[in-house]
Design a protein around this ligand. Structure first.
Ligand code: ADP
Ligand code: MG
Length: 348
């Protein structure tokens, strides 16, 4: 203990304080001390003197040690508070500990005083070091969260840029089929952009509320294809399920493909119809159903051997999430995808 320490002594008897000072000097402790005996002075000196350690009696004529301890803990909770007093009962001793007293020294055994002070100051330093590294860690964590948000934001912006470029390029296309190809590609970029938008808005940063995502995605898709909700009714029945990015991106793209298909092909000649999206979870198994009551597929259709890009994508993306896709086209079209969530691998 090389540096001079400031010791605040709460004692009504001057001689008791002097005995303590004598003991500290005898042990070679470098210190500056101040004695107080009233609550008012005690509070003032906590603030002005800013002691490194407090030595207090438990009973004083107009004040008491336990109240002093409570006050000290509130204003500077790490400052060691040592009771130096005559014999006390068990109950009081327990109470002192509970309220956060650092130590207790009998006044007729002052030889223990300096070791108690040294121990208390070492503990305080260790605690403060711990607190400061904890604060540093919290700061670092906060910085990292900001960075992750920033990355999701930029990834979203990049997807939006691709989407805009595809749209701009499509203005030069005269052929309707080619134009549709660009529009479909733009939608795929949009559905991925939306995942990243949800990610930086989520407090979790790794997972998004997938039900909410489905709601927004389907609204966007209806907008892109200019579909009136009067012509095609959309029923959404999705549970509040959190999904990570490894599952969310492929599943978002699957929904995008299947819903656009229903809108494009199930209801030709301005037919009316209903599309239903159901997303639920039982135990560890997730089920996504996208169905429409439209014209359906030809009986000979084989989903596993399709050459067209959209359904090929659905097959591949389902494989990516270790899922199974089934197609039922007895009454309109029903796609059912079942999977278990992929474990987050920490790769954003
Ligand atoms: N919900 C549906 N109802 C009726 N036919 C569909 C439906 N979904 C897809 N199809 C048929 O399957 C074909 C393949 O779809 P897809 O692989 O997504 O390719 P694309 O959409 O580029 O034509 C479509 O061209 C369409 O004829
Ligand atoms: Mg398609």
């Amino acid at each position: 203990m090389e540096e001079e320490i400031k010791v605040l002594i709460l004692k009504d008897v001057q001689l008791d304080a002097e005995l303590m000072e004598y003991e500290m000097r005898r042990e070679g402790l470098k210190f500056l001390s101040k004695r107080v005996e009233t609550e008012k002075d005690f509070i003032r000196e906590l603030d002005e003197f800013k002691p490194d350690v407090i030595l207090a009696d438990h009973s004083l004529p107009h004040f008491d040690g336990i109240s002093a301890l409570e006050i000290a803990k509130k204003s500077s909770s790490h400052t060691p508070f040592i009771f130096v007093s005559g014999k006390i009962g068990h109950e009081l001793a327990v109470n002192m500990r509970k309220k956060g007293a650092t130590d207790y020294v009998f006044k007729n055994n002052l030889i223990k005083l300096v070791p108690a002070i040294k121990r208390a100051l070492t503990e305080r330093d260790e605690l403060e070091e711990l607190m400061s590294s904890r604060n540093q860690l919290q700061e670092a964590l906060k910085d990292k969260e900001v960075l992750i948000k920033e990355i999701h934001h930029r990834v979203k912006n990049n997807f939006m840029m691709i989407s805009n470029l595809l749209e701009l390029q499509s203005y030069y296309i005269k052929d309707k089929v080619d134009f549709d190809l660009f529009r479909d590609s733009k939608r795929r970029a949009d559905s991925m952009a939306l995942i990243h938008e949800k990610l930086y808005q989520s407090t979790d940063l790794k997972r998004i509320e997938f039900g909410e995502y489905i709601q927004d995605l389907t609204t966007d898709i209806f907008d892109t294809y200019n579909i009136s909700p009067d012509q095609i009714k959309l029923i959404i029945n999705v549970e509040d399920i959190m999904l990570n990015i490894n599952t969310g991106i492929p599943l978002g793209l699957i929904i995008n493909e299947l819903l656009t298909n229903s809108l494009k092909y199930a209801f030709p000649d301005d037919r009316n119809g209903i599309i239903t999206i159901i997303f639920s979870k039982t135990d560890d198994k997730f089920t996504l159903i996208i169905k429409d009551d439209g014209i359906g597929f030809p009986q000979s259709f084989d989903l596993k051997n399709t050459e067209s890009l959209g359904l090929e994508l659905v097959n591949n993306l389902t494989r990516q999430i270790d899922g199974v896709v089934e197609l039922d086209y007895v009454d309109g079209t029903e796609f059912r995808i079942t999977f278990e969530e992929l474990k987050y691998k920490g790769n954003i």
